[in-house]
Design a protein around this ligand. Sequence first.
Ligand SMILES: Cc1cc2nc3c(=O)[nH]c(=O)nc-3n(C[C@H](O)[C@H](O)[C@H](O)COP(=O)(O)OP(=O)(O)OC[C@H]3O[C@@H](n4cnc5c(N)ncnc54)[C@H](O)[C@@H]3O)c2cc1C
Length: 594
Amino acid sequence: MTSYTTPLRDLLFVYSELLNPAVIQALPGYEEVTPELVESILAEAGKFCEEQLFPLNRSGDEEGCRFEQGRVFTPEGFKAAYAAFTEAGWTTLQGHPEYGGQGLPKYINIMLEEIISSANFSFGLYPGLTGGACSAINGYASEELKRRFLPKMVAGEWSGAMCLTEPQCGTDLGLLRTKAEPQQDGSYLLSGSKMFITAGEHDLTENIIHLVLARTPGAPKGIKGISLFLVPKISVRDDGKLAAPNGVSCGSIEQKMGIHASSTCVINFDAAQGYLLGELNQGMEAMFVMMNNERLAVGIQGLGIGEVAYQSAVAYARERLQGRSLSGTKHPDKPADPILVHPDVRRMLLTMRAYGEGNRALVGWVARELDRSLRHPDPRSRRDAADCVALMTPIVKAFITDCGFELANLGMQVFGGHGYIRENGMEQYVRDARIAQIYEGTNGIQALDLIGRKLPVHTGRYLRHFFHPVKAYLEEKENDAGLLVFVLPLAKAFGRLQQATAWLAQKGMENPEEMGAAATEYLRLFALVALGYLWLRMADLGIRNQDGDEAVFYRAKVDTARFYFERILPQTGALFASIMSGSSTMMQFNDEAF
Ligand SMILES: Cc1cc2nc3c(=O)[nH]c(=O)nc-3n(C[C@H](O)[C@H](O)[C@H](O)COP(=O)(O)OP(=O)(O)OC[C@H]3O[C@@H](n4cnc5c(N)ncnc54)[C@H](O)[C@@H]3O)c2cc1C
């Protein structure tokens, strides 16, 4: 009952029309990355995901992963699909050419991640974490370690896992206890237990490379005493060949609400040999390379799941016959009209579409800046782009995963009771989408990151990379009569964001709890304004292309923009009021009364 076709047209609209593709093509090494090449890669990727991954989504959910005597078995079909995935070279897209990668822009890989997340969320977590681990190894490992580990990881023959969480430490990593004892040969022996480790153990690859946070003897307490280590499940000789097992074992896997086909493991380290990445006690800095990668990837998971929920809901709304249109029967030949005629169903579908396409534009913008931050020849431009990515990462992670869940939920609502029934596939999306709001730093923590770290840094330097383009674009379009219905409400919402930002900067200095109390609403206000800015740009493009061959596509852009501005952007008023009410109602509430 669920259905999915790669939204190729919209992915390319964002890549080639909304964001100037010449910006990426001008980066050193990307001269050959023409829009035609991007289109052909995405078309192939889409075909693969639709044909090989999507059919395994529901069976993978039903069967789940199996734990037997320390080994984890993925559901039927996953091993073959993973083999086909690596065989086709999909793990190599963004990898460094020195280690066997194709060295393509991150943006292309990000579009692939969206497609995979729509087709099979759980499957995507296996190669997804490997990409993040490669980035951290690339940034912080010695040349020797890179040569030993990266080629197999880039090829997908070995996978990666991220080992932070322990029973007593989730958000507060300063509490972690895993120990790393230095050895004569410069390596370390790690002992301790990690939990909730995604893809910590499975049967898809012959080796798993764990990136583990641990403490060395005498390290400072808290977050300042944490180091990052590379710990292979099976030891690897200098020549890259596998040696003996390395004191890494899986204690159990979790029974979860969703993503059943993704293994979530307790991983025990028993004097396992590991190698330091980066400097001693600077583990968080190195881990943040992987975590920032993963935070964007998790936002993209929300985007992917929202898309498949939307497509499935539209298909259902066209077929399901219930009631008659309020403005008179539309299909007299049928016993009832399709539910697509009902305003409330259209409200749900357009809400899904407006968030989904807006979020795709937001992800595209950040993806392009990510590539600029890594490749631009001018250091100042690289820094500016990196500022923009740093500012927007918590927004992509939190807002888009909130949307992923909201959209999956709306999709289920469009299906009515049939959405609640397992065999129809919609309830899986609701269950799968939910985790993305929690892992990789809860969405509450993302909001604190935005407000507490990203806003004040360098006296608001990051913020300028959002405020300036929005202000400039509003000024450029303020006399454009055709766009006035978009420009005026965006200017109002932007004003609210500016005012709330100034208020919080002042209040936060006096009392940090004001920031904490406002953080979640502030992040949403920010995100809605960001989407408003992008929808204004998309409406502009839509209006200018109304008469061509693709009039239906462009008109839909303008109409969806209107829906966004009339029905969604006004939420900024309520969020603003809520932020400005301050923290007292929450913080003065009597603890005993809870
Ligand atoms: C399916 C799954 C897969 C996972 N995969 C991985 C993985 O691969 N690797 C890994 O290391 N971990 C993984 N995790 C762990 C995940 O990242 C943590 O669960 C998450 O970061 C939250 O930590 P916690 O569960 O301990 O919650 P807690 O930290 O106990 O938080 C509980 C609540 O308190 C709030 N809170 C906590 N501290 C603060 C604060 N300072 N200010 C405001 N609010 C606060 C949180 O937002 C949350 O709402 C996974 C978890 C799950 C369920």
